[in-house]
Write a protein that binds this ligand. Structure first.
Ligand code: MN
Length: 438
């Protein structure tokens, strides 16, 4: 267990595992989540991940440990979802984070020696994590030029990107009811598929089940009244935090059904999110001015242009293990690795465009980036691209080949931020095992 040498006295966190150099949850991260603890089944509460533990906010409130926070913040932290906290503003989120930092470090507000310390600090592994917010609406974008170009060139070799693509962040309204948390099994969907673009189709289990490596981000702050826009500069104040998102997709169903209105049942059966919401406060040190534009790219329209706009350098890794590999204890095979910084459209631009009509957003709404791919083959964020429509299969550690996902496969996405001189902060995992069609 290596300890970082750069810890100052004021920020030294006394929780086990918090200073591990390869951990996801040091004191600089402090992501929010919702979980049931083993002794309070059926009673979801807000937690903060720290090292190998998690801090129970309702329990902290009960023991007076949140004294000093504004009553509206304490009330929000006692709720069974993050929607109340998300509905506050960025200054309140920062205040809540500072208070939790003070509890877990060596200063005057430390709870290290508190008599009820063991009642509020729970082993993280014992928690049953939940989807962290009641998600009213979910929207999925298509923000990676590499992904859009790869997929476009398979189906439209002469015109991979549609004429609108570099002018607006393309997206579609997705399904909130089937968003599940890390670890939830994914049942192979049924659907209509057709061997040719003309039909006729047959109905049955999808044969081309895929993952999509994405970042999700939650809307926070006061929602805009219907009819009012959120500017691209204001949008950043509404970014509560990020999660990993896997937009499971049935490619054979998608190919037949998507015209002319876009994805429907090929994507409505399940989307998985990682349980811990990493805040913009935590991600700020890993933000980079952006988005990058190449010579020849069209100028952004004014409502999408903001001089201080940014992307976040989150490394994202996709791992795949067959049922046989898991039974044998074999480590999963890495399918791809990329970064959220490689997107063409930023989170602020996606949100500004979403509201450009006056569409009203509400705290807890979830937006997602679309598949994140990068310039190299190993950066391709879904099987469709990674195996180039199945023509370049991947060989797993057990010797079997994959073009798309098979029953029993476990797909895991991990995400983390690293930068010289700064601690690593991570997102935890976003996993799902494919179950046979029912
Ligand atoms: Mn998607």
């Amino acid at each position: 267990m290596r300890r970082r040498a750069d810890m100052t006295t004021e920020t030294r966190c006394w929780v086990d595992g918090a200073a591990r150099a390869d951990g996801d949850f040091p004191i600089e991260n402090l992501p929010w989540g919702v979980a049931e603890r083993p002794d309070r089944q059926g009673e979801p509460r807000i937690f903060v991940a720290i090292g190998d533990s998690a801090l129970d906010m309702a329990e902290c409130a009960g023991f007076g440990m949140l004294a000093g926070l504004a009553p509206r913040i304490e009330a929000a932290l006692r709720m069974p979802t993050l929607n109340g906290l998300m509905a506050l503003d960025a200054a309140d989120w920062t205040a809540a984070r500072a208070h939790v930092t003070a509890l877990l470090t060596n200063g005057a507000h430390s709870i290290e020696k508190h008599a009820r310390r063991d009642a509020v600090l729970i082993a993280r592994a014992s928690l049953k994590m939940q989807v962290p917010a009641a998600i009213g609406d979910y929207t999925d974008f298509y923000a990676s030029e590499f992904h859009a170009t790869n997929v476009g060139s398979m189906f439209r070799p002469n015109q991979p990107l549609m004429p609108n693509w570099k002018y607006l962040p393309v997206g579609y309204h997705g399904r909130a009811s089937s968003i599940v948390v890390d670890g939830t099994p994914v049942v192979r969907p049924h659907g209509q598929t057709s061997a040719t673009d003309e039909g006729p189709p047959t109905f049955g289990p999808s044969k081309l089940l895929d993952h999509e490596l994405e970042m999700g981000f939650f809307f926070g702050g006061a929602g805009n009244a219907m009819g009012n826009r959120i500017s691209v500069a204001e949008a950043a104040k509404h970014l509560f935090g990020c999660v990993i998102l896997n937009d499971w997709s049935a490619r054979d169903v998608q190919k037949w059904e998507y015209q002319p209105l876009g994805p429907f049942t090929a994507k409505n059966f399940c989307s998985t999110v990682s349980p811990w919401v990493v805040t913009l406060d935590a991600l700020r040190p890993y933000c980079i001015p952006g988005p990058s534009r190449k010579e020849g790219d069209p100028a952004m329209l004014d409502y999408l242009r903001w001089d201080n706009d940014f992307v976040v350098d989150v490394t994202l890794e996709v791992l795949l293990a067959s049922a046989a590999m898991r039974a044998a204890g074999t480590a999963p095979t890495r399918v791809s690795i990329g970064s959220f910084k490689d997107v063409y459209w930023t989170m602020s631009q996606m949100l500004a465009h979403h509201t450009s009509t006056g569409c009203n957003m509400r705290p807890g709404d979830l937006l997602a980036s679309g598949t994140i791919s990068g310039p190299a083959k190993e950066n391709r964020g879904c099987m469709l691209e990674r195996t180039w429509r199945g023509t370049e299969p991947i060989t797993l550690a057990d010797g079997t080949e994959r073009r798309f996902l098979q029953d029993g496969d476990e797909l895991t996405i991990r995400g983390w931020c690293e930068r010289p001189g700064l601690p690593r902060i991570g997102f935890g995992e976003c996993r799902g095992v494919i179950m046979p069609a029912r």
